[in-house]
Design a binder for this molecule. Structure first.
Ligand code: F0G
Length: 461
């Protein structure tokens, strides 16, 4: 169709009402939430951009397949339908479901930590991945390219692994001390930035050279594949399915939070290429942690929705629209001078709050200050991805300083329209106008792990 006649590639069959609040109400609501947006009730949020995780809208095909859910404890036919799709997409031999991404991490990551003082190296660990690496007694090292930190500089694949640094780290720590290499696609914590196929292939070559396992943390593998298709030479005429298959071919393990690109509200995937021993270990551990290996914490109907969602998430019309929404919001903000990670990534616009609020030091969480002000201004909920999320050094317990202080405006899949995004843009721009008045935060109560979820705060006077 002619480009000017293209809108959302779906029409709305069921609606969910949104409720407005006044600024006076929001001031009270935020205070009683301990100035932590995670503690707000969704009823009190107008446009909720906290996360794209489990917040997408399912299709009529997904809802209808849920009626066929086979709730057998063992050997459910829904499991076999899902397994077939996972094997087809990845080309891998083994599949184990998990209730969500972190369930998959908890089952698999400790299996490669075979002794003390080991490391996982990633382009960037997501926070739950980092937590599971540390809970398994290992340490998490991040190794993304420097261009990622140059926010205004255009680079097609800012999520890439720094290959020179990767090899250097392997040699410095000793290859026998590396539990595995984790490639996060897209690179969530670095701004939802994509990773190129060339970078994945070269990382795989390094893994083979040192006999290390390459794990794809592929919560957003379809979005990453779409970026490869549109930005990397030689992929324009390939389908998303072909691109994804090539990518999985370079790795040994695929972990997925299915709550993102697989368009379900709950679900996770562990897929293993051909290492039977690793599969058996993971299968043993999934039973006490997640459930019997033919359901892994999911009901039969969840597995049906996931089997359909995995495929729908790879449809090009959908991906084109999805990434256009994110680009649209990003460009509106950039045009108004708001500092953002540019170009925008796949699932969110990351507003850079270090330069937004240079007067707020990292230990008073500038991105939390901007996030809270956005809620007060427009009822929009975003999330801090910066020093608050990064947490403390597990050894010294010092507050770590994040290289970037982001407010993430995360766009749920198939949920909001361009009009909602206009509201968000206006809210952010108005907060930007009064950025000099914003104040930082200190802890009222700090949670010991994954502190950003449950800690409470008070504004610094
Ligand atoms: N890996 C990546 C890259 C993620 O983005 C997430 C979750 C996980 C693993 C963990 O998966 O939530 O299903 O347990 N990211 C969400 C977010 C929470 O908001 O970015 P999960």
């Amino acid at each position: 169709m002619d480009k000017k006649y293209v809108a959302e590639p779906y029409r709305i069959k069921m609606v969910e009402p949104l409720f407005e609040t006044t600024k006076e109400e929001r001031i009270k609501l935020l205070k009683s939430a301990g100035y932590n947006p995670f503690a707000l009730r969704s009823h009190d949020v107008y446009v909720d951009l906290l996360t794209d995780s489990g917040t997408g809208a399912m299709s009529q095909q997904q809802w209808s397949m849920m009626m066929l859910g086979d709730e057998a404890y063992a050997g459910s036919s829904s499991f076999y339908r899902l397994e077939k799709v996972v094997k087809e997409i990845t080309g891998y031999q083994y599949f184990i479901p998990a209730h969500q991404g972190r369930g998959a991490e908890k089952v698999l990551l400790p299996q490669l930590v075979t002794k003390e003082n080991m490391y996982y190296i990633s382009n960037t660990h997501f926070d739950t991945t980092r937590a599971h690496v540390e809970l398994a007694g290992a340490r998490a090292l991040d190794c993304v390219i420097d261009e990622c930190f140059d926010l205004d500089k255009y680079h097609d694949f800012k999520g890439n692994m720094d290959l020179v640094k990767l090899e250097h780290l392997i040699n410095e720590k000793g290859k026998e001390n590396i539990a595995g290499i984790i490639m996060t696609v897209t690179n969530n914590s670095a701004g939802g930035q994509p990773v190129s196929m060339e970078n994945i292939r070269k990382t795989s070559e390094i893994c083979q050279k040192y006999q290390l396992k390459l794990i794809i943390d592929g919560a957003r593998f379809s979005e990453n594949s779409y970026f490869i298709k549109t930005r990397e030479k030689g992929y324009q005429n390939k389908t998303i399915k072909e691109i994804a298959l090539e990518m999985f071919g370079y790795a040994d393990v695929f972990l997925m939070s299915a709550k993102k690109d697989a368009l379900v509200n709950m679900g996770g995937i562990i897929a293993i290429k051909n290492d039977r021993e690793l599969f058996l270990k993971a299968q043993t551990m999934v039973v006490p942690y997640e459930g019997f290996p033919s359901y892994g914490g999911l009901s039969g109907r969840d597995m049906e929705a996931l089997a359909v969602g995995l495929k729908e998430g790879m449809e090009e019309d959908y991906l084109k629209h999805r990434l256009d929404q994110v680009r649209y919001l990003g460009e509106k903000l950039k045009a108004a001078g708001v500092p953002i990670q540019y170009p925008v990534g796949g699932h969110a616009v990351f507003v850079e709050c270090k330069s937004f609020c240079p007067h707020i030091p990292f230990y008073q969480f500038p991105a939390l200050a901007v996030t809270n002000e956005l809620y007060l201004e427009a009822g929009v909920r975003a999330v801090e991805i910066g020093s608050l999320l990064l947490g403390r050094d597990p050894d010294t317990k010092e507050n770590l300083e994040s290289k970037m202080e982001f407010m993430r405006l995360t766009i749920p899949r198939r949920v909001y329209t361009y009009n909602h995004l206009d509201v968000v843009a206006l809210g952010v721009i108005n907060v930007y106008e009064k950025r000099k008045e914003l104040k930082g935060y200190t802890f009222l109560e700090e949670a010991p792990i994954l502190r950003h979820f449950t800690s409470t705060f008070k504004p610094v006077e």
